[in-house]
Design a protein around this ligand. Sequence first.
Ligand code: PDD
Length: 284
Amino acid sequence: MRTVYVNGAYVPENEAKVSVFDRGFLFGDGIYEVAAVLGSKLIDFPAHMARLHRSADELGMRFTVSDDELLAIHRELVSRNNVDEGMVYLQMTRGAIDRDFLFDTEKLTPTLVLFTQSRPLIDTATAKNGLKIISIPDLRWGRCDIKTVQLLYPSLGKMEAKSRGADDAWMVRDGMVTEGTSNNAFIVTREGSIVTRPLSNSILPGITRAALMTYAAKSGTKIEEREFSIEEARDAAEAFITSASVFVGPVISIDGVELSGGKPGPVTLALRKTYIEESLTRAV
Ligand code: PDD
């Protein structure tokens, strides 16, 4: 049985409890991070912690634990649960208090929960076969740059993709792709440059996105940070997604239109290899 972390204690998963008055539960008033584990080490860890701080600051949430403590908790869970490959999920909520839309942050103690998920991240069906993507309207709120636990729309989007025989959905606002339900969206042009939407309130500033762009630039890949339409994406040479749980995931079709001959494209696969190699050298 897994050991999970809840508010200072390491407990078996079936004994872990949070209050029914927790604002994460009642209002979706919580933030989270997902850090990948490879060879029992954490990938892009400092960047995930930096984004957690930013999310807390944007919501005026107290931050009552140090980054050193958070690293120690991540490592302790990876060790106790023998995670070789997988993820550590961290959730911080504003805390528990009688239900009221108004809140006094000073009176609240944030709830902190972490757990691990062991699963292959390198040799996966997604990496080998690629993903079929559908497009759906982006009906989320206006602060998609904050990594909150309000994931109902992305969850419904993935369910719709599955019911239509696809693997995931890209969201479209005003004709332009924002991002995937739980990943950032990229296309590869016929000239071989990679295109992704610039950061704004409309997308999550993906940690994998940022790291990949640094590595890609270093290896001479041209990067265009600009908006692109779903039509341009369907007509692109290749497409891929980035996220902590997938790294670089090839997209093989969009709305039934095949890309790169219906299999993972060469630029995408090279970038996936680069990302994994580079991030392993920096793993903690
Ligand atoms: N999702 N965009 C959205 C909407 C996301 O939920 C995520 C991550 C990303 C990619 O960010 P990163 O590279 O930092 O993982 C982009 C995580 C993995 C999840 O919800 O499981």
